[in-house]
Ligand binder design. Structure first.
Ligand code: PEP
Length: 256
């Protein structure tokens, strides 16, 4: 493994989606900064664009890293409403979620666009958190493997193996997002093993599980050797709920 590649340190990332005004985001960031975070766990929060600068300000001097929820693949240009990687770097963003199922479904984000964004993020020194996952009907039809393989291979097309190892993937079964239906640790782990095997470099990358992960199921998911952390939606919106998920990763952290 190349020296620049991050080992598979546990990572818990909170996706605040379209929640939190600037004032609310500042309050939550301050509460998170007050938590006693285990040093072996990387913690990331992804506020909405409007709150990124304020949260960057609150996180100064803390171990919590800042993420954006999406970005455009071009550096600048006539793309109304979009934000680019250099703009995110300027305010201290270190990670970006790319290809979240909500963006794929509601904003038409294609596999090609995901790939362009991954390459742009890497070129600008931002770590992509690439989300992949199957719908409920694909799950029922037994198409999970085919779907995540397709999405993963497309996301990392023409990306160097060393760069791929620096990326993060989030396996997020769409039927589990925001529904309270959590995948079984065994199944999530088996799908993640398939994701690791389908692209060179992913054996060394951090792969998270996402989908209704909470304090009461985090430790069972995190106990699986293939699962390096979580991408958390609902349970990242309050400090106690997010702290409970981070607590679930403690056993894994002490084992790494
Ligand atoms: C998500 O949207 O990425 C997610 C995992 O949401 P939730 O934790 O609410 O299911």
């Amino acid at each position: 493994m190349n020296a620049g590649v991050v080992a598979r340190r546990p990572l818990i990332a909170g996706n605040w989606k379209m929640h939190k005004t600037i004032a609310e985001a500042r309050t939550l960031a301050r509460e998170l900064c007050a938590l006693a975070l285990p040093p072996q766990i990387d913690v990331v929060v992804a506020p909405p664009f409007t709150a990124l600068a304020a949260v960057a300000d609150e996180l100064k001097g803390s171990r919590i890293a800042l993420a954006a929820q999406t970005m455009h693949d071009f550096a600048h240009g006539p793309y109304t409403g979009e934000v680019s990687a250099p703009m995110l770097v300027e305010i201290g963003v270190r990670y970006v979620i790319i290809g979240h199922s909500e963006r794929r479904a509601f904003c038409g984000e294609s596999d090609d666009a995901v790939n362009r964004k991954v390459r742009s993020a890497l070129a600008n020194g931002i770590v992509p958190i690439v989300a992949v996952g199957e719908t409920a009907s694909e799950h029922e039809l037994g198409e999970t493997h085919a779907k995540v393989t397709l999405q993963t291979r497309a996301a990392f097309a023409d990306v160097a193996t060393d760069d791929i190892a620096r990326c993060v993937v989030a396996y997020e079964p769409i039927w589990a997002i925001g529904t309270g239906l959590v995948d079984s640790p065994e199944n999530a782990s088996a799908v993640i093993a398939q994701i690791r095997a389908c692209v060179d470099g992913l054996a060394h990358a951090r792969i998270l599980y996402g989908g209704s992960m909470k304090g009461d199921n985090a430790s069972a998911l995190m106990a699986m050797p293939q699962i390096d952390g979580g991408l958390i939606g609902g349970a990242s919106l309050t400090a106690p709920a997010f702290a409970a998920v981070i607590d679930g990763a403690r056993a894994k952290a002490s084992a790494t």
